[in-house]
Design a protein around this ligand. Structure first.
Ligand SMILES: Nc1ncnc2c1ncn2[C@@H]1O[C@H](COP(=O)(O)OP(=O)(O)OP(=O)(O)O)[C@@H](O)[C@H]1O
Length: 673
């Protein structure tokens, strides 16, 4: 409820506008349209929905096991861990501390902004509360001047009330505006901080591979935003609540005696108990609804992503059946939810109407006990109006507090989710920092011209042994091809050599980078090249951090253009749509280029960076045979040593070493040619 629209009072006014306003506002706290209980609404979107984004990388198989683990983990979290308790409040405090300390160093917000906005918010909130009080007592003044037929008093009051109402509206809008700006600042700070911890070597991939935390994308993009929103909502609503409750209790007491506040407190307690009893099944169903919403959305997204394959197969009917089945599960849950909400809404509606009647019952007591028997009727109307405002506002403050209690539960929920992510990121960071010097099978060698693998055993992240006893040495100038049947572990060996899979034994020595040299010494090319959002130059120079001067540098442009011509992509450099210098979305790149052209872009990146070694996992499988010959010649002539995986016999000619994997033995033999 907007306190600017807080219960206006007066016998006729309150029955016409005052009460209807009040009920409407009470309903904003209690009715199903906006919320489901006196304790506030279970927010859509929380508990978290199933992310539509699938982790990329090596977890190629849809894992039912991991999904069910995730779901059961979420169930546990939804029912148990999201309570408001000391632990979760400490986590919230930790987040607030981070916001405060980061606001001084964060590059995307200025400290002055945060401090100015914070103090501006506090000031505006106090000013607004003063105007709310002034506008609340205006109706009682109207009863007085109208009752006394005082025309000049009425004219003066008319102007005064217009100014007060205008100021109340403006101050409320400003409170929400400044609160909204603060929310954006908090979100920016927390997101930048979390992304800084997440987008790191040794963290991004292991976190998504092991799924040790569900939906990090959702936690960063959605949960942080909702956390900031909940925090600001609580600040806007509850910032002055304790003081206001004390003030309006005293006021109510002074008009109606102890019975008035006592009845309001009783009303509040019974509403809270009733609501608390009816809430749990609804919370559970809301959680389930969010999960089914997520599943439904995921199915729809998959249809979009794979529309071409579905069209080729003519599988539209099959997809429709799949989507419909998901929809019918979702609708089933929504029906059960609506049924459960009925009881709670009955209570909520009844309580909100009772609240407005209660305010009259409170003033009726002193009137019938003779407290105002000497007052003329105009004065009495004014007193009734004033009292109705005070008691209704007190009732509003309580219901508002109750509804914010649910907001607090949401805030704690988002806090727990963010804290879990931070803890996991810190754990992986610690492991990575230690692992690179102590535990990992990979070590940097002073010999920058060699990759040496000794007695390596390769295990999947789940611990299944794929290969054992693998040993080989590739010197700069050598080119090695790895062959073997599907599923024997070729790509897994490459993942282990690149340090992506840590669960291995043996030893791999790779060239050490020199100082702060950002040039990669080893580059990995997968069968499906990764396209980025950006310009043609950024595409070829990936993974350099985006730099405007790079796009303007004539040297780099000339170098990239030459490489594009060499790799058979000269037409791209001439295409105004592509080479115009404007950024193109990654998904658009994937449409503009064929798989073979994307593989050529990946090779262009190697030619641009000229690393010591390029590890190529079927990286030319979509390129025609003559072009494959040209590309391999280019790479070898540029001084890059290649470690290739492939099935085509044509590849053998470009390599002097041949590692054959024998799946029956789980080992490999090395041939020289
Ligand atoms: N993330 C993972 N978790 C568990 N097992 C995996 C994972 N990735 C791959 N595997 C399994 O490891 C085995 C070897 O896979 P890998 O991709 O290394 O085979 P490959 O020799 O490259 O096959 P292909 O020639 O078809 O590309 C397969 O049985 C595969 O299912």
């Amino acid at each position: 409820m907007d306190r600017a629209d807080s219960p206006s009072a007066g016998p006729s006014n309150s029955s016409q506008h005052g009460n209807s306003r009040t009920l409407e506002e009470d309903n904003s706290i209690t009715t199903p349209a906006t919320t489901t209980s006196l304790l506030g609404k279970p927010r859509p979107g929380y508990p978290p929905s199933t992310s539509t984004q699938q982790p990329q990388g090596s977890s190629r198989r849809p894992s039912n096991e991991s999904n069910s683990t995730e779901i059961s983990l979420k169930s546990k979290i939804a029912h148990k861990d999201y309570d408001v308790n000391i632990k979760t409040l400490k986590a919230l405090l930790n987040i607030l501390k981070t916001v405060w300390s980061e606001s001084r160093t964060c590059s995307i917000v200025s400290t002055t902004n945060v401090a100015t906005l914070g103090s501006g918010f506090v000031l505006l909130r106090i000013v607004h509360e003063l105007f709310v009080y002034l506008s609340g007592i205006i109706p009682s003044q109207y009863y007085l001047v109208l009752g006394n037929r005082d025309q000049s008093g009425f004219n003066y009051l008319l102007i005064k009330s217009l100014l007060v109402v205008l100021s109340t509206g403006i101050s409320k809008a400003l409170v929400e505006y400044v609160g909204g700006l603060l929310r954006i600042q908090i979100r920016s700070i927390l997101t930048a901080n979390t992304d800084g911890r997440y987008m790191k070597s040794g963290i991004l991939y292991p976190l998504n591979l092991a799924k040790s935390i569900d939906n990090p994308d959702q936690r960063i993009s959605q949960d942080i935003d909702r956390l900031s929103e909940s925090l600001m909502k609580l600040c806007i609503e509850l910032f002055l609540s304790p003081f206001l409750i004390i003030y309006y209790t005293v006021k109510c007491w002074s008009v109606s005696g102890v019975l008035g506040p006592a009845l309001i407190y009783l009303y509040f307690i019974s509403g809270a108990i009733g609501s608390k009893l009816l809430m749990p099944p609804i919370v559970r169903l809301v959680w389930k609804q969010e999960k089914e919403e997520g599943n439904f959305r995921y199915k729809q997204t998959r249809v979009i992503n794979f529309s071409e394959s579905i069209a080729f197969y003519g599988g539209e009917k099959r997809e429709e059946a799949e989507v419909n089945s998901s929809l019918s599960t979702l609708i089933g849950v929504q029906r059960r939810l609506a049924a459960k909400k009925l009881r709670l809404n009955t209570l909520s509606q009844t309580m909100s109407y009772l609240g407005s009647i209660l305010s009259y019952a409170i003033i009726a007591i002193p009137i019938f006990f003779g407290a105002y028997k000497d007052k003329p009727s105009s004065d009495l109307s004014s007193i009734i109006s004033m009292n109705t405002f005070v008691s209704m506002y007190l009732i509003y403050l309580f219901t508002s507090m109750l509804s914010q209690a649910q907001e607090l539960t949401n805030l704690v929920g988002y806090t727990v989710r963010l804290e879990q992510l931070w803890k996991e990121l810190d754990r992986l960071n610690e492991k990575h920092t230690q692992g690179s010097s102590l535990e990992s099978v990979i070590s940097y060698s002073a010999n920058r011209d060699q990759i040496k693998v000794t007695d390596l055993s390769v295990f999947t992240p789940q611990g299944k042994r794929l290969l054992s006893g693998i040993s080989f040495t590739v010197n700069v100038g050598d080119n090695m091809i790895i062959t073997g049947p599907n599923g024997c572990g070729k790509t897994s060996l490459l993942r282990t050599m690149c340090g992506l899979w840590a669960s291995s034994t043996g030893h791999i020595a790779i060239p050490a980078p020199i100082g702060s040299d950002s040039k990669p010494t080893i580059m990995f090319l997968s069968q499906m090249p990764y396209m980025i959002s950006g310009t043609l130059i950024e595409q070829v120079t990936y993974p350099v951090v985006h730099d405007k001067s790079l796009s303007l540098s004539h040297n780099i442009m000339a170098q990239v253009t030459e490489i594009l011509h060499l790799t058979g992509l000269g037409k791209l450099a001439q295409d105004p749509l592509i080479s115009g210098g404007s950024s193109i979305d990654a998904s658009m790149w994937e449409k503009l280029l064929s798989p073979g052209e994307m593989q050529r872009i990946a090779i262009a990146r190697v030619l641009f960076w000229k690393p010591r070694f390029a590890i190529m996992d079927e990286a030319t499988s979509s390129v025609d045979i003559p072009a494959e010959r040209d590309l391999y010649s280019l790479l070898i002539n540029s001084g890059v040593s290649l470690i290739s995986v492939g099935h085509r016999d044509s590849l053998l000619a470009y390599h002097n070493l041949h590692l054959r994997i024998d799946p029956s033995l789980g080992s490999a033999s090395l041939d020289y040619s």
